[in-house]
Every structure is written in structure tokens, then in C-alpha cells.
Design a protein around this ligand. Structure first.
Ligand code: NDP
Ligand code: 8X3
Length: 253
């Protein structure tokens, strides 16, 4: 029973595959949107195609002072965030840990974890003061099932899942909900980003199989985000039917 509609939804990484799908779905429900991204042209194009009141924020989520300033400067109509979707994130590289680029590791941790925690910390007090709110964090199956070359990306998503669950402990009795969304393989620019523009390598990830789409993930996010206020979805794990959790690796000499 979908008996709740968040008034104002803030989506980070709104210019990417998932974020754009979330924006369109929540716009379809008539929610006001705060769209956060790094690419002003893409933000403007997305907002122009939506028929709900929309405020765009061009910011790198890792830039804490800029994020703080942007949130403090939200127009009054958009200031009471009902639903924060922490979606901005990325994987960089899939080489073994011992051949990894440490700069990539830092970017993943700074984006997927530090920035997500800071954004949450900035938005949460207002939600608690208003006695309503919902934080939906985009984690991943990578946070539960490690795979070769996943190292820091997998660990960064385990942080997201555990942070989400731990927040629940503090928020009991506040009326604020928290949900961890944990998708498996979904075709977006994710792999193009991971393989730094190597389109052939990225395409191989999705070749000869049927990955989920960003819309499929939006289905789960919108469902969790529109349930009645007494109902908290702690976590949702979703995969394509063609994907399963991997077996443990064994080296044989
Ligand atoms: P995309 O690459 O299509 O989108 C990622 C979005 O995050 C882009 O809008 C990107 O903006 C934004 N972003 C990245 N870094 C920053 C930053 N520092 N500041 C602001 N925005 C930033 O990938 P997806 O839509 O697939 O990924 C969205 C989320 O879903 C990520 O957290 C990812 O880890 C997670 N995920 C993805 C899965 C998949 O298989 N696709 C499965 C499970 C989870 P820009 O274009 O400017 O970089
Ligand atoms: C993205 C899915 O399996 O590439 O989080 O890590 S996976």
C-alpha cells in the first residue's frame, strides 16, 4: 500500500544512470526535487524535462564546505528534505589489490563513504527536528559478496550497508527511516567509469546476459520510499535473474 509521498527528495549523482531514473520516478509522483551533480549542463537538461519544482545543485559531493554551503543556501521551498537518496558513487579499476592505483582507492572511499556520511550528517538533524524523513543509501551486492578486483569498492559498499543499519539504531523513535539498497549488475555508465572510458571492456560486463536496468532499481527505491511512515525497509538486495552470488575461490597447485 503506497500511502505516503515524500514532499522533497534530494538525489545525489542525479546525472547518472540510477540518479536520473530516480529523479524521473519521483517527479512522476509529484515530489519536489533537489538534484545534486557535478555536470551543470546535464543537471539543467534533466531538470528541463521534469514538470515538478526542481532545484539543481552543482557540487562535487567530496567537497564538504561546498556541500555545506549548498545545503545552507537551499531555497525555503526545498529546504525541508523528506527523502535523501545517497546515490553518487563509483568503482575505479578492477585490477588485483596489489596492482591497484592508490589514488583510485582514495576517490572511492572519499566518494562512496566519506561524502555519503557527511551528506547524511548534514541532512539528518533537520529530519529528526521535523520528526519525519528517510535516508535511502545506494549500496551494492559488492558490500556482501566480495569478488576479485573488488577490494576497496566492495569494502566501501560494506560501509554503506553497515552505516545504514547502524543509523537505524540511533533513529528509533525519531520517525526517520533508513534503507540500504543493494543492487547487483545494472547496465549504466558504471563500468565505463570503472574502466576509465574503455567502452569495449565496459560492454563485455553486460554482454550476452540480461542485467537489471536503472529503472528496475528505481522500482525498489520508490517502493521503499513511498511506504507508510510506520514501515521501514532495512535493506533490499536485488539482482538480475541471470546473476548469482559467486562461489569461494580456491587455488590448486
Ligand atoms: P553512473 O556512473 O551512471 O552514475 C554515477 C553518478 O554519481 C553520476 O551522476 C556521477 O556524476 C555521480 N558522482 C560520482 N562521483 C561524484 C562526486 N564526487 N560528486 C558528485 N557526483 C558524483 O553509475 P550508476 O548510476 O550505476 O551508479 C550509481 C550508484 O549505484 C553508485 O553509488 C554505484 O556504486 C551504485 N551501484 C551501481 C551498480 C551498477 O551495476 N551500475 C550496482 C550497485 C550499486 P559524474 O558523471 O559527474 O561523475
Ligand atoms: C556494482 C555491482 O557487481 O559490479 O556495485 O560490484 S558490481
Amino acid at each position: 500500500s503506497q500511502s505516503y509521498r515524500p514532499d522533497t527528495v534530494l538525489i545525489t549523482g542525479a546525472t547518472g544512470g540510477f540518479g536520473t531514473a530516480f529523479a524521473r520516478r519521483f517527479a512522476g509522483l509529484g515530489c519536489k526535487l533537489v538534484l545534486v551533480g557535478r555536470d551543470a549542463a546535464k543537471l539543467d537538461a534533466l531538470a528541463a524535462g521534469l514538470t515538478v519544482p526542481t532545484h539543481t545543485v552543482r557540487v562535487d559531493v567530496r567537497d564538504r564546505p561546498a556541500v555545506e554551503a549548498a545545503l545552507a543556501a537551499l531555497p525555503a521551498d526545498f529546504a525541508a528534505i523528506d527523502l535523501l537518496v545517497n546515490n553518487a558513487g563509483l568503482a575505479l579499476g578492477a585490477d588485483p589489490a596489489f596492482r591497484s592505483n592508490l589514488d583510485d582507492w582514495e576517490v572511492m572511499i572519499d566518494t562512496n563513504d566519506k561524502a555519503l556520511a557527511v551528506m547524511t550528517g548534514l541532512v539528518l538533524p533537520g529530519m529528526v527536528a521535523r520528526g519525519r524523513g528517510h535516508i535511502i543509501n545506494i549500496s551494492s551486492t559488492a558490500g556482501s559478496y566480495p569478488y576479485p578486483g573488488g577490494h576497496v569498492y566492495c569494502a566501501s559498499k560494506a560501509f554503506v550497508t553497515q552505516f545504514s543499519l547502524a543509523l537505524r539504531a540511533d533513529l528509533i523513535g525519531t520517525g526517520v527511516r533508513v534503507t540500504s539498497i543493494e543492487p547487483g549488475m545494472v547496465e549504466t555508465d558504471f563500468s565505463l567509469v570503472r574502466f576509465k572510458g574503455d567502452a569495449e571492456k565496459a560492454a563485455r560486463v553486460y554482454a550476452d546476459t540480461t542485467p537489471l536496468t536503472a529503472d528496475d532499481v528505481a522500482e525498489a527505491v520508490v517502493w521503499a520510499g513511498t511506504l507508510p511512515p510506520h514501515f521501514n525497509i532495512n535493506r533490499i538486495e536485488l539482482m538480475p535473474t541471470t546473476q548469482g552470488p559467486g562461489a569461494l575461490g580456491v587455488h590448486r597447485s
